[in-house]
Design a protein around this ligand. Sequence first.
Ligand SMILES: Nc1nc2c(ncn2[C@@H]2O[C@H](COP(=O)(O)OP(=O)(O)OP(=O)(O)O)[C@@H](O)[C@H]2O)c(=O)[nH]1
Ligand SMILES: [Mg+2]
Length: 440
Amino acid sequence: MSIFKISFIIVLIAIASGNEFEFCEVPDKYTDSSEKCTARNYFTQKRYILYDVNPPEGFNLRRDVYIRVAIFLKGLIKRNKEFQWQLVLPPWGNLYHWRSEHIGLQELIPWGDFFDIASLQKHVPVIEMYEFMEEYSSGSKELQVDCVYNLQNDDEMFETGKFEDKNEETDCSRDSLPYHKLDHQTYDGPFWGYRNITAKKVKCLKFHGVASDLYQNLRPTQYRSVMFDHMEIALHDEYGLKEYWKARRSMRYNTELYNMAKEYRRTFLNSTDKNDKTERPVDWTKEKSRRNVKGGPYLAVHLRRRDFILGHKDSISTIESAASQLSEKMDELGLHVLFVATDAVPQEFEQLKSYLARYKVLRYVPSLSELKQFKDGGVAIVDQIICSHARYFIGTHESTFTFRIQEDREIMGFSSKTTFNRLCKDKNKCATAGQWQIVW
Ligand SMILES: Nc1nc2c(ncn2[C@@H]2O[C@H](COP(=O)(O)OP(=O)(O)OP(=O)(O)O)[C@@H](O)[C@H]2O)c(=O)[nH]1
Ligand SMILES: [Mg+2]
């Protein structure tokens, strides 16, 4: 293409885009016929990554998937500076465990209700879905994602037990696929519950590997927005390493949730940051490695019940046995107050209390207005924050809810022996809890 032609296109783009978009020159490679690049792509170097997770997965596994994606994005930004990469935060909603029906539908909840967006942004460039919609569709009510990759496990690998990296486009005609072709360039699908989002292309990928193996699927000269569905299939690039903990540290909660927990601790648990030595910098990047925090004068337990009673039969204790393990530990530590975070039905909690009549046993019960404001997700986070400030914590084996509390305690600087403890089904046959200690 001649210099004259290129300048002409650039001028046209300038006129069409006004000041809203950054400029990008049109490099020759875009004129390659195999790399389709429409005029729209030239307007801006912004590229958007979206993702979703298998619908039945709970809140706390989803938080782990975010870490995989954030690290994926960080690596991408390092290696491809040609484009301005942004991660679109998938709104929360319709989770199986969010059962409070009297507070209306719990869907399309922005991340800012639960997390501190400014903290996330200190790690990687993220934007809320509603911001993306405004920015991307420039005023139109309809939005079309350029390409959706539906990640799928390779069943054969699970049958043979032979796992190897795979990234292979596969037939997309399965009945169970939640995306349907409306016309040759339009697919509808779940899209987090938005009815006005469609996709131009849907591709199915048999995938096995770490998240960064998906870089090759981005094709930024062709697609301005790419969504990965079933992102839980992609594995961590940096599990348990420094980058993992950086991403995890950036996941500070919404300030109002910290304040609620703070008020509860002060009022009912005689716990303040000053006394407990749990004061921390507001900016997570200023937080330093330490192991000397004391925690509030209470023992906290995460007592996971409901679906876990059936799903984890081999490790879930009876209420009576849990009470006996808790009282033994409280006596050993000279503590008289027990904070219980639990999804137990009220009868089970009453039963636990009846076995522990000698102690002060508390559970955080939100008022209706608090529940309406923070929803089940926020209330669960308040429970997690309170547990993370306790002098001693005992969790439920293999619960991701427990894992997130353990991580918070590692970040805050508790001695690991006060953190990695679990309730046992049988005290005499109980493996110790795995210790995923922080790396700074
Ligand atoms: N408020 C509150 N909610 C809880 C508690 N324990 C469980 N829940 C609810 O139940 C959900 C638990 O599901 P997940 O977040 O998937 O964690 P998990 O089921 O323990 O872990 P997985 O094995 O990965 O499924 C939470 O997201 C909460 O909504 C608790 O102690 N307090
Ligand atoms: Mg779960």
